[in-house]
Design a protein around this ligand. Structure first.
Ligand SMILES: [Zn+2]
Ligand SMILES: [Zn+2]
Length: 321
């Protein structure tokens, strides 16, 4: 099979992915082989490829990146009973976990100390086939199409952020960001008649205000999707005392002031519940119409380069077969 290997993290302009033709590996008893229909590339992949997430990067190189996989099961291991050949499934960030700790027992695999992330600790989906653990896959309903990868990934993050909002009708909520996740969060909250105000880094289109205009002590909850420590810290300082800030960055952030009793929540990886909620949400919403560019595996480096230049466009690798 053809696959895109990251030999070692390096700048996208150096064409870091190498296409190789490799033999299909044998399956373990708890694994399945997925014929990849499509694999999305998101900002997280770019950061991993360029080595910007040192704290999360394993020693496993070369590695096949890609955690937004939709495909068809091609072969199943001996002990796999809940999935069959021909099932259409999604493989996301959660690749494997210990399956025995308290978190795993409650299906909160994302909190397992032994969590393995797809495309980081194990080969991901920028390939014709990917091997996955059967108990980490989600069977997809018909309303999810083969190219809904990004919507699913970003919406799962949005659902996770929304899940942290306690008393949504009483608390004042600010969303600070202009990416897809922040759009999903504000659209979904508004569709539930929950008031939310959106702020951006720099007010350029006159639509949303600059985050520096956030009145001190006005908001109870802020969801910040910018990966810029200054913005996160600034918004934190403007939150109401006792307020909660949910952030998506991996940057080192100054802790809130002792007297202000504020909570800082790093978003982490969406749970299976969040992904299921995202799938349900996609049944009725139109928010899945993203601007996408499709490429084949041979042109994966070109896609990365374009993505670097035009970050609002989402990239998708489609396998023809
Ligand atoms: Zn993603
Ligand atoms: Zn565990």
């Amino acid at each position: 099979m053809k696959a895109a290997f990251l030999i070692k993290p390096s700048k996208v302009f150096d064409k870091p992915l190498v296409i190789k033709n490799v033999k299909n590996k044998d399956l373990a008893n708890d694994e399945v082989r997925i014929r990849v229909k499509s694999c999305g590339i998101c900002k997280l992949d770019l950061e991993l490829i360029e080595g910007k997430r040192e704290r999360e990067i394993s020693e496993k190189f070369p590695i096949i990146p890609g955690h937004e996989v939709i495909g068809i099961i091609d072969e199943i291991g001996k002990n796999v009973h809940e999935l069959n050949e021909g099932d259409r499934v999604a493989l996301g960030l959660i690749y494997d976990s210990c399956n025995s700790c308290d978190a795993c027992q409650e299906n909160r695999f994302e909190l397992c100390e032994e969590l393995k992330v797809t495309g980081v600790h194990a080969d991901g989906g920028l390939a014709e086939y990917v091997i996955a653990k059967a108990n980490k896959l989600i069977k997809l309903p018909s309303w999810i199409s083969d190219d809904d990868n990004h919507a699913l990934c970003e919406l799962a993050f949005a659902m996770k952020a929304i899940g942290y909002i306690e008393r949504p009708f009483e608390n004042k909520i600010a969303v600070v960001g202009e990416d897809l996740i922040s759009k999903f969060v504000s659209e979904i909250l508004r569709s539930r008649n929950i008031e939310v105000k959106v702020f951006v880094k720099k007010n350029s289109n006159g639509e949303n205000q600059d985050y520096k205009s956030i009145e001190k002590g006005r908001f109870d909850i802020a969801i910040v999707t910018y990966d810029i420590p200054e913005i996160i810290e600034n918004v934190m300082s403007r939150l109401k005392k006792g307020g909660t800030l949910i952030y998506f960055s991996q940057a080192v952030i100054k802790l809130p002031n002792f007297f202000e009793n504020k909570k800082l929540i790093s978003i982490g990886i969406p749970s299976y519940r969040d992904v299921r909620k995202a799938i349900e949400e996609l049944r009725y919403t139109k928010i899945k119409d993203l601007e996408k560019m499709v490429f084949d595996i041979e042109n994966v480096n070109e896609a990365l380069m374009k993505m670097k230049q035009k970050s609002h466009v989402k990239f998708l690798m489609l396998n023809k077969a």
